[in-house]
Design a protein. Structure first.
Length: 115
């Protein structure tokens, strides 16, 4: 994980490495052939998220089913702690969508950074 405080210490060299790390994370997520949906609010999502994930807040899921059905499955759902993503998983599975609860976005992020 990259912390902004390190950027001021390492300067330009760190910025170059930061780009490389983000590109590697994107490749890892794409290689997994899974779509990660973060069901937190847009404000929470903007505070930090899994690279390549899609933000669809929990309360918007019913209205965006057509969009969700078009996404590559299986879907991995995440949120802040795993509670909202658990609710989303049950809802989407009841709609016939292949998905699983990934838990917190930090756990999902860690999993895909270390694959």
């Amino acid at each position: 994980m990259i912390y902004v405080t390190n950027e001021t210490i390492a300067g330009q060299y760190f910025r170059k490495n930061k780009t490389t790390v983000i590109q590697q994370k994107d490749k890892t997520v794409n290689k997994m052939k899974e779509t990660i949906i973060d069901v937190r609010t847009p404000a929470e999502f903007m505070g930090g998220n899994v690279a390549g994930s899609i933000n669809i807040p929990l309360n918007e899921l019913p209205g965006r089913l057509a969009e969700i059905r078009k996404l590559e499955q299986p879907l991995i759902l995440c949120c802040a702690s795993g509670g909202r993503s658990a609710q989303a998983t049950v809802f989407l599975q009841n709609q016939g969508i292949t998905c699983e609860n990934g838990g917190s976005w930090l756990s999902v992020n860690f999993k895909y950074q270390n694959n």
